[in-house]
Design a protein around this ligand. Structure first.
Ligand code: F6P
Length: 479
């Protein structure tokens, strides 16, 4: 067992994710350093990690061959090296060229390559071996996301003493789509290595259980799968959230308040600001939403003196072809809309291809009257929740796609079908013209939901259910 292995440090909690919760930055003196990534996941998991002497295994994002374990703000981090071939075949290839489009409704066409699969297996095995090495006797291991779906089974084979949880951050597809995958059975069996498999929505958990029954042939009852070896696996929904009070506090700060006013000023104090903030990804529906806005302006329903659309597109997966093409398409569309509709000093679209720190995001959320979130498919969409958390004056309209997981909780948004161009135009206009009382009524209800269901509640409920799942196994073995 790891706990007694000479030279090995054993941990009671091991987090396994494709990425470490830190980014490589260059300091003023030119030296490379690590900085905590702004994401909410690490802040949610951090207290659990500290309480359990946890360690986090993940990729640094680079191709360094050797990186030693290190500690940032008291968090123990273990970097996993990835070769150029592995980055290209595991991360860009199988994860983002096969699974990502397959799990997002085939918005882009998934590619099936046997060598990508082989590298996916190889990288998953390395992560599983590292987790097996670092976990104490009877420890808990929490594996995250679609890049590592084989880890639970590989890890269970190496270390049957562990309690293993898996959480999928993205959608799990309908059975008809999943069946296209040549390695569908291996993925299902990989996930079944966990005691608890968590999804964003109940529908995803049901898709998984149905597939296991149909494709692997195991007995299932409601959210439980019964394995021939006597183990039970539970599949359930745990909708992820954000650090709501952290965002709210930031939004209230003087610096963010002043910056929000500065942003409005810089945009020429238009009556209303529309805002989109997304990773530059074809699932997000950026192109369609800008077109909808453009049509409203060209038809005269909106005027560029009255309304501006601020779109922030965060660079992402830039070596994957679909992403490169999307960038070109959006560049061209923004250029055309501004050329056709803008006036000197008042463009129709204010477009930024960059990423911003949390403070600037909070200022943008506070400056914007209408937040537009229109993905074709999205596991959850945290931007929608962040906007709500930052609207400290209970105002601001949210236009939200029905196909974002967040739509199941944020029912008071202006819900749209992003494939329906006229429907989307009507919703943008309604949100633009809505009475302040109506906007406030809706926002209040959404703020209550987000305050009560934050990322801490999410992490706590997953960990609690994981403990219960293991107890079920334990009682069964004793019987
Ligand atoms: O939503 C899934 C996800 O993998 C997140 O975990 C991550 O923050 C985001 O997409 C960006 O992905 P990548 O790690 O490919 O930059």
């Amino acid at each position: 067992q790891a706990a007694t292995r000479v030279g090995a440090v054993a941990h009671d909690l091991v987090i396994v994710a494709n990425r470490l919760p830190v980014d490589r930055v260059t300091e003023k003196n030119g030296r490379a350093a690590w900085r905590r990534s702004p994401g909410g996941l690490v802040s949610a998991i951090e207290p659990v990690m500290r309480a359990h002497d946890g360690v986090w295994i993940g990729w640094s994002g680079g191709n360094e061959a050797r990186l030693k374990p290190f500690t940032v703000d008291g968090l123990h981090l273990v970097p996993m090296a990835m070769s150029e071939t592995e980055i290209s075949e595991h991360y860009e290839g199988f994860s983002n060229g096969t699974l990502w489009p397959l799990y997002h409704d085939l918005i882009a066409k998934p590619e099936f390559h046997r060598e990508w699969w082989d590298t996916y297996v190889k990288v998953n095995r390395r992560f599983a071996e590292k987790a097996a090495d670092l976990a104490a006797d009877g420890a808990t291991v929490w594996v995250h996301d679609y890049q590592l779906q084989l880890v639970p089974q590989m890890l269970r084979e190496l270390r049957p003493d562990l309690r293993i949880g898996f959480y999928l951050h993205i959608p799990f597809p309908p059975t008809e789509l999943f069946q296209q995958l040549p390695w569908r059975r291996q993925i299902l069996e990989g996930l079944l290595g966990a005691d608890l498999v968590g999804f964003q929505l109940p529908g995803a958990a049901q898709n998984f259980v149905r597939l296991v029954r149909q494709r692997v042939g195991h007995k299932t009852h409601r959210d439980l799968v019964y394995l021939p070896d006597g183990r039970t696996v539970r599949a359930a929904a745990f909708p992820i959230s954000i650090d709501a009070s952290g965002f709210e506090e930031l939004a209230r700060s003087e610096a963010v308040t002043a910056r929000a006013a500065e942003i409005r000023e810089a945009l020429g104090n238009p009556r209303k600001i529309f805002l989109g903030i997304d990773r530059l990804d074809y699932t997000k529906g950026i192109y369609a939403r800008l077109r909808a806005f453009g049509e409203l302006v060209s038809e005269g329903a909106l005027d560029v003196d009255d309304a501006v659309f601020v779109q922030v597109a965060v660079p992402s997966r830039e070596r994957v072809e679909h992403y490169r093409n999307l960038r070109d398409d959006i560049d061209r569309l923004v250029g055309r809309l501004n050329g056709d509709l803008g006036r000197i000093g008042t463009p129709a679209i204010s477009y930024m291809h960059t990423s911003y720190p949390r403070e600037e995001m909070a200022a943008l959320y506070r400056a914007a009257d209408i937040m537009v979130v229109t993905p074709y498919r999205d596991g959850m969409n945290l931007v929608a929740k962040e906007y709500v958390a930052c609207r400290i004056e209970d105002d601001g309209a949210l236009v939200l796609s029905e196909f974002a997981g967040a739509a199941e909780e944020l029912r008071q948004a202006w819900l749209v079908n992003p494939y329906d161009m006229n429907g989307m135009k009507a919703a943008l206009l309604e949100a633009f013209q809505a009475q302040p009382k109506e906007v406030t009524r809706r926002m209040r209800a959404m703020r209550k939901q987000i305050a009560q269901h934050d990322v801490k509640a999410w992490a706590d409920s997953f960990m609690t259910e994981l403990e219960l799942a293991e107890d079920v196994q334990h009682t069964k073995t004793l019987r």
